[in-house]
Design a protein around this ligand. Sequence first.
Ligand SMILES: [Zn+2]
Length: 66
Amino acid sequence: MSADPSENAVHDLRVSNGCTVCGGDTAMRVGPSGAWAYCPRCHRLSRPLLLPTPDGPRLGELAAAA
Ligand SMILES: [Zn+2]
């Protein structure tokens, strides 16, 4: 793993259909402390995982341990 200097910056992203509840567009802020996602449609605030894929970043969520 190589350190990326841009990791110290905060990025605002918009993820289409990123909400796992209502499927709405999600506003996402990614910073050094992690990622936050907010859905303006259902007002859900979550801490998703940003999963890099060949098609671009996708949202995943930490699965709750059963
Ligand atoms: Zn939503």
